[in-house]
Structures are given as C-alpha cells and as structure tokens.
Design a protein around this ligand. Sequence first.
Ligand code: CP
Length: 308
Amino acid sequence: MGFNRKDLLGTRDLSVVEIRSLLESAESFKEIAERPLKKVPALRGKTVVNLFFEPSTRTRTSFEIAAKRLSADAVNMSASTSSVVKGESLIDTVENIQAMAPDIVVIRHGYVGAAHLVAGRIGASVVNAGDGANEHPTQALLDLLTIAEHKKLEPGLTVAIIGDIAHSRVARSNIWALITLGITVRVCAPPTMLPRGLENIAGIQVCRRPEEALAGADVVMMLRIQLERQDRLLFPSIRDYARIFGLNRRRLDLACPDAIVMHPGPMNRGVEITSEVADGERAVILNQVSNGVALRMAVLFMLGGQGT
Ligand code: CP
C-alpha cells in the first residue's frame, strides 16, 4: 500500500506514490456505486465521526455515504447542535469524542491548522475536510480522479484555476497535488484575491487575465468568491467580477476543444460561471461529486483499514 499515514491533513507533503495510490484505490471503489447493494464489509466495526464546524453539502454527505458503503458506523456532528454553542473548546470537544473510541475523525473547521492540532491530540486518524483557507485534500484528490477520467495526469497537461485563489483551500490543495505530479498550473484572479509569491513556485504561472489562463488549457477549474472569508468586497462589484473573470461560452472557446470544466461547488451561477457552461457538455461538475464518494471511501479505507 503506497499510503501509510495516521492522518490525511493536506496534499502539500504527499508524494507521487501516495497520490497515485489513493487514486488507484478510489478507482477500484467506483463500481460499488453501480451495484444494487452498495456496501462492502471493509470497515465493519469501525467508527467514523464527521465533525463539521462549517457548513457543507458535498463533503459531509459524501464522507457519510463513503463510511456507510464501507460498513463503518458513521456519526455526524455539527457545531450548531453540539456543546460548542455552550462555549466548549475545540480541544475539549475532540478529546470527548476520542473518549468514545472512534477510529477516524473527519473535521472541517474555519481555522487554519485546526485539523493538524486535532491530529496531534487524539489517537484516532484525522482527515482534514477543510481548515480555513489552508487545505481541502480530499477535494483536490477527487478533482484529480475526475481529471484522470478525461486526460492523462502527467507533465504536459495544463490546468487553469480561476477565481478567489487567496481564500480557497481547494485551490491550495489542487496546486500542491498538481505540481507534485509535474502538471502545469495557471492561476488567475484579481490582484486582491491572489496570494503573493505564487509566481516564485516552480510549475505555477500567474495570469493577469482569464483569457491568458484559458488559452489552450486542458482543464478549467472555476472557484467561487469566498465572501465568508473576506471582511470587505475585494472587487468593485460582483457584476464587474462576472464580466471580467466569469467563465462564459466565448471565453471557454479559448481553451482546448476537449477541455473539461470543473467547479468544486457550491457554484454561484452567473458570477464565476454561466449556467450555459456549468450545464454544458464539457462540464464534469457532477462527476466530481460522484467521484468524491469513491475517493473518500479510499481515504477511509487506507486510514481505517490499517491494523485490521
Ligand atoms: N466542495 C466542497 O467542499 O463543498 P461543500 O462545502 O458543500 O462540502
């Protein structure tokens, strides 16, 4: 097995072997979704706790489905229905969860480093389901799984990531994983939504205009503006943002004729992407969601299967 860690906290320090091993495992789990009985006994007797301190539709649901398809017991806890609202700290919360002997804790939290902090305090395996604007490793891995359905995941491929790069954990995790695989990454955002220093990282091209990022790109990944992580609007108006940075049919024509269009969700239709493109024949956005289940099954299996 090429992935032998206690936790999955980010893609930044994953090796090529680890990434490919997780993707290979996810590939083998895909067909379970096609079966009449969508269940295998791989994690029978194991307990997975989903601890979400921020809202989620896709990630939380797919981790729960993934755990159940592996026959693990899945427990969901959100901050709003927990004793966090009574003032309990993150550390006290997770130490109490640990006292109930879970095998894997999946955590989403608004603070950068929250998953790392928890991983250092509890014996259960920890999966980072998003920590502030830092990382969202399972999203990047499911994105790679989706790209691999259409393109060769190898040097020569160009992925354009357009949107609020500065506040996007999805962008960060994708960037680290893609450059590890030797894939060229173009990033494009208004200067106020672009982290400084990206241009100094080998494998990353910073583009000022979406037209430049899109020209000949094989994969187009659009990101929403993360208003929840901004204390003021970083662009004169949403309308101007949509006009200058939004992906429409005309702009998409600049990419390769067989380019695929991705979005991690949630989408703001009419802002970063038009409905025509989001629902068009080149969009693989719902495939990303389907692949999220298989990829998360692979992650839970790799973490929870150890020592069985
Ligand atoms: N892509 C993603 O993380 O979506 P959710 O916030 O709905 O989980």
